[in-house]
Design a protein around this ligand. Structure first.
Ligand code: ATP
Ligand code: MG
Length: 595
């Protein structure tokens, strides 16, 4: 798509990004309907497993299989440090590192039933630890390295951590004083131990140096625990979701079908493994599909991200709406000044992707961001826009082949399937896909409450249109009920973002004696716009024109920032608590929480 095809003025009217047939034909899934009709999980799982009968291990599929099948020399991981230094690892190198790590755990007496935690930035050791722990049959739980002491302690306590891999400074600042409260924690391994390392820690480099890389991978089964991930804490206290080795079947399938990964691709997932995206799609999906995955140890910066895309010749890029909105704010000149011709496919997850952002990407990159929807609980992508399918900006796309999704109106005991187009209801998935979570740690009643009559209720509201595309309405907790209307914050935020002055918006309902609730918007402006009465009027007018007066915000306030999670999601529950003077609840994942 060329510059002149879409421009900002047209943006709001574009309702379909049509892809030429020739382009669709080259996608991994050229015909969605056919693929969905013919799909069988067994076809994917049939190519996996071993080496022992009945065995399935994520790390075997991600690493050892490639070496056994002669692809060991291929570049698996390219790590790029903040200062630009690179380290390359082939699949054979990864096998060596992960075998050695697993052997070290075994020598330390770590049993397959135990849980290994990491508290590390995106350094190579994190990737070795994740895959090495899985090889040893242990459960692995990566914590986001910017968590402060309390979130770290609480998660290790409920996850009954046996081993922690971390840095010396993280240990001293965040863990040491809580060690007595963590009786299960037997070993703390420091990746950078020096002469001042605390006496109750071990020097991991020294241990590894004397460990042989001969390890027989644990004979884990489909349903054995593999990964523990905490949810983002957007709606409340984070929950610990458990996943089994079977998840790898979905990771491999979705990498191919939803992210269009192909052999030889260079792939960049910007998520940190401290969140489920950074594990499922920052490690497992790319490696099981045999591609080269890039790891950028640096933090977000528009200019360096574009440099990275250009210099590394990234083919497939998976990121999040919060980053995309920041890239939009940084302007169109940055991408235009670079050669991004290697980019073939771009995808987004984590929050609703505003249609404006999809249209912007199509205009600036010549190809749109493909939104997809999933959760920590689903373990993998469930609803997606595909390389071989037209994109409706603002839609999450269609269910992955093998996934049955429905909109259900739950009324007491009765479940009514909503078939009318564009009617909101609960977004539910037919239970039983391979990466479905196997439990919330220590919260069985809460886990059971997610399921009814064989369906998993996601806690999100959505609609389906007459073509089978799904549209996000909001989290059930965030939906606003105003004068008989059900209003999703996403719709209102997206309309506000179409206004040239608006960079981001967070929308909530506030109690109103007449309407029940009224819509209130918190707006963050693009650089160069004045937060004055005239702009407020202009925004209110724009929103009324786009949404109608029943749905448009009644109140708009300008803010310097919005509360968001460390993974970038807008925390509407905090906007609301602050508005109403209510307790703020769990703040462990708040971006600016003190650590
Ligand atoms: P918590 O469950 O602790 O409140 P969370 O729901 O944000 O946090 P995650 O599992 O990381 O934790 O996020 C999943 C949720 O993110 C989804 O249920 C949905 O609300 C939102 N989400 C993810 N992707 C999309 C998307 N493409 N469009 C709309 N919403 C999305
Ligand atoms: Mg959730």
């Amino acid at each position: 798509m060329q510059d002149d095809v879409l421009d900002r003025e047209q943006a709001v009217t574009v309702d379909l990004i049509h892809k030429p047939e020739a382009q669709c034909a080259t996608a991994n899934m050229p015909d969605y309907e056919k693929a969905a009709a013919e799909f069988a999980w067994e076809e994917i799982s049939g190519t996996m497993g071993g080496p022992e009968p009945g065995m399935l291990n994520i790390a075997h599929e991600a690493v050892d299989r490639h070496v056994a099948e002669g692809r060991g020399g291929r570049l698996a991981l390219r790590w790029i440090a903040r200062d630009g230094v690179r380290r390359d690892f082939t699949y054979t190198d990864l096998k060596f590192e992960t075998d050695r790590f697993a052997r070290m755990l075994q020598d330390l007496g770590v049993k397959p039933s135990e849980t290994v935690f990491s508290l590390l930035g995106r350094i190579p050791e994190l990737y070795f630890a994740a895959l090495g722990s899985l090889k040893a049959g242990a459960t692995f739980c990566p914590l986001f390295s910017v968590f402060g002491p309390e979130p770290v302690r609480a998660r290790m306590e409920i996850g009954e951590a046996s081993v922690l891999i971390t840095t010396q400074s993280n240990y001293i600042r965040k863990v040491a004083s809580a060690r007595a409260d963590l009786p299960s924690l037997r070993h703390v391994l420091l990746v950078d131990a020096d002469d001042h390392a605390p006496a109750d820690t071990l020097d991991m480099a020294a241990l590894l140096a004397k460990t042989k890389a001969d390890f027989e991978i644990a004979a884990t089964k489909l349903d054995d625990n593999a990964l523990l991930h905490f949810t983002s804490g957007t709606t409340g206290k984070p929950k610990g979701a458990l996943h089994a080795h079977a998840a790898v079947i979905a990771h491999k399938a979705t990498g191919r079908l939803a992210l269009d990964l192909r052999e030889g691709d260079i792939y960049w997932c910007t998520a940190d493994p401290g969140w489920v995206t950074g594990m499922s799609y920052g490690i497992v999906a790319p490696l099981t599909n045999g591609v080269t995955m890039l790891v950028d140890a640096g933090e977000f910066d528009a200019e360096s991200w574009y440099d990275f895309l250009e210099a590394e010749k990234v083919n497939v890029w998976y990121t999040a709406p919060t980053a995309i909105r920041l890239l939009m704010m940084a302007g169109d000149d940055l991408p235009r000044a670079r050669d991004l011709s290697a980019l073939r496919f771009m995808a987004s997850v984590g929050e609703p992707l505003n249609p404006e952002a999809v249209v912007w990407s199509a205009r600036v990159f010549g190809k749109p961001f493909h939104d997809n929807w999933w959760q920590t609980e689903t373990g993998g992508i469930m609803i997606s826009n595909y390389a071989g399918m037209d994109v409706k900006p603002g839609s999450m796309g269609k269910p992955l082949p093998g996934i049955e999704a429905a909109i259900i109106d739950e009324n007491g005991d009765e479940m009514k399937f909503v078939t009318a187009a564009m009617t909101p209801g609960h977004l539910a998935l037919k239970a039983g896909w391979p990466s479905m979570f196997r439990g919330y740690l220590n919260e069985d009643a809460r886990y059971q409450a997610c399921f009814k009559d064989g369906w998993y209720f996601s806690g999100d509201l959505a609609m389906r249109d007459e073509d089978g595309y799904f549209w996000f309405v909001g989290r059930a907790d965030d939906v606003i009920k105003s004068a008989g209307h059900l209003i999703g914050p996403f719709e209102v935020e997206s309309a506000l973002i179409e206004h040239p002055a608006v960079a981001e918006a967070g929308v909530i309902g506030v109690p109103d004696p007449r309407a029940g609730e009224i819509v209130k918007a918190y707006v963050l402006l693009n650089p160069g716009h004045e937060a004055d009465d005239a702009l407020q009027k202009s925004l209110l007018g724009h929103a009324r024109k786009r949404l109608g007066s029943a749905i448009a915000p009644r109140q708009i306030v300008f803010v310097d920032d919005l509360p968001r999670t460390k993974s970038g999601k807008i925390m509407r529950r905090l906007l609301k608590a602050r508005e109403l003077g209510l307790p703020e609840g769990d703040l462990s994942t708040l971006e600016k929480a003190s650590s």
